[in-house]
Design a protein around this ligand. Structure first.
Ligand SMILES: Cc1cc2nc3c(=O)[nH]c(=O)nc-3n(C[C@H](O)[C@H](O)[C@H](O)COP(=O)(O)OP(=O)(O)OC[C@H]3O[C@@H](n4cnc5c(N)ncnc54)[C@H](O)[C@@H]3O)c2cc1C
Length: 403
């Protein structure tokens, strides 16, 4: 499928740069990265040096003025071929978390939180969303904010935040925490509040990083808020608007998950194609047996369809005038549909491809086992595939009032 016409010349050049970066700086050390976080930070710093981190921030703070979704898509896709965790974190650090403040023109937040990301040094951002109790409820669209357990109450000129979050990426190492709270669980979407919290806020604490089998290059920790106080201006916008920004953020996250799934699947395909081209069985290369070629074709078909969905969605994000705002139910539904399709398809084809590699599929000295592990995450996070299916239903079948 030809999708090249969707890219500008500049985006093609960025793709070459990032592809080259991945081949030189990530792929040769993927195994080491999984067990050495200092090495991961060195790779992130190199991405800072080529100005990807600052790219998403406004120019007045020294940033690049924003990255289109198509540009972010090709950066994330290329990096995910090397390491899915690095690909996830770079976009989170490259401006995703300040989007609500940019949309709301919240200068207090932007002045306080943008500069570290444009300083030339590595800085981390975090979306602190999944509540410890009933994690999926936080972002279940059928609950309209009623499932959010972390509370924010206004006392004088300050928000006072209480709650506990599980698994946020960059928890404990971030320079900003965009915290999903409720001001009133009975107020529907109007009760949703997005509040920026600095890392040194009194009452903020963290667990040790989670130990996990996948996305080992990402730090995930619990975050605890005990009477954490921040200025009232640190709320992104206000009632109603924060609810919309939260929906837009979930659409963005669904898109991000889809791009990562695509990149991992493309890497898995490369490995399968390569290995089966030289590994002999029945006196010829494995891939020359029609029974193997069928599996390889199914992998290619899945990747073609994933790519079409992901690039199309990137295009939609970049053309609000034609496709609506990313918080509108139809938009969120389309993003969720792509996410569900990409997660399920990638898991299926990577599992199937493993069969063509024999024992090498699971050898720790061969790169495929990392694809097998990392891909599973694209079905688990963001409320899992089930909550994403609710999003699809809400957008397409007007089930907005189920709850
Ligand atoms: C690598 C990684 C990165 C992450 N990054 C972040 C991050 O940056 N920020 C953040 O806030 N969180 C993050 N998370 C957390 C992640 O988003 C949650 O783990 C995920 O949303 C599921 O929440 P849970 O584990 O509490 O599942 P639970 O709420 O315990 O749900 C378990 C399962 O129950 C089912 N279920 C629950 N409710 C319903 C329902 N109403 N209807 C039908 N089925 C239901 C679903 O199948 C669900 O998968 C990350 C997790 C990992 C592993």
């Amino acid at each position: 499928m030809n999708l090249e016409h969707l890219l500008t010349e500049e985006e093609r050049q960025i793709r070459e740069t990032v592809r080259d970066f991945t081949k030189k700086e990530i792929t040769p050390i993927t195994k080491e990265l999984d067990s050495d976080y200092q090495l991961v930070e060195k790779v992130h710093q190199k991405l800072v040096d080529i100005k990807i981190q600052s790219g998403g921030y406004p120019v007045e703070y020294g940033g690049g003025g924003g990255l289109s979704h198509m540009t972010q898509c090709i950066i994330c896709e290329e990096l995910a071929k090397g390491d899915a965790g690095i690909s996830q974190v770079i976009l989170i650090n490259a401006g995703m978390m300040v989007q609500p403040a940019i949309m709301a023109k919240n200068k207090v937040v932007l002045d306080r939180f943008c500069p570290p990301f444009c300083s030339g040094k590595l800085a981390y951002a975090c979306i602190s969303m999944t509540d410890e109790a009933g994690g999926c409820d936080t972002e279940n669209p059928l609950l309209h904010g009623a499932g959010i357990k972390t509370t924010a109450r206004l006392e004088g000129d300050e928000w006072v935040i209480n709650g506990a979050k599980s698994w946020p990426t960059n928890g404990g190492i971030a320079d900003l925490y965009l915290t999903v709270c409720t001001t009133d669980p009975n107020a529907g979407d109007e009760g949703i509040a997005l509040i920026y919290v600095p890392p040194d806020a009194k009452g903020l604490s963290f667990s040790k990083p989670e130990k996990k089998m996948l996305f080992k290059t990402v730090v995930n920790s619990s975050i605890y808020y005990e009477d954490v106080r921040v200025p009232k201006e640190y709320r992104a916008a206000g009632p109603g608007m924060d609810g919309n920004f939260f929906k837009a953020a979930t659409a963005d996250a669904q898109w991000h998950s889809s791009v990562i799934a695509l990149g991992i699947a493309e890497r898995a395909f490369e490995i399968v194609l390569d290995y089966t081209g030289t590994r002999m069985g029945g006196f010829k290369p494995v891939r020359q047996h029609s029974i193997a070629a069928g599996i390889i074709a199914d992998m290619a078909i899945g990747i073609e369809m994933m790519k079409a969905g992901v690039y199309n969605l990137s295009w939609m994000f970049d053309h609000h005038d034609e496709y609506g705002m990313p918080f509108e139910p139809e938009f969120v539904a389309k993003a969720a549909a792509v996410r569900v399709y990409c997660g399920d398809t990638a898991v299926e084809i990577i599992n199937k491809g493993a069969e063509l590699l024999g024992s090498m599929a699971i050898s720790e000295d061969f790169p495929y086992e990392k694809c097998l592990r990392d891909i599973k995450e694209t079905q688990l996070w963001l409320g899992g595939q089930q909550i994403s299916r609710y999003r699809v239903a809400c957008g397409h079948y007007e089930l907005k009032n189920w709850a």
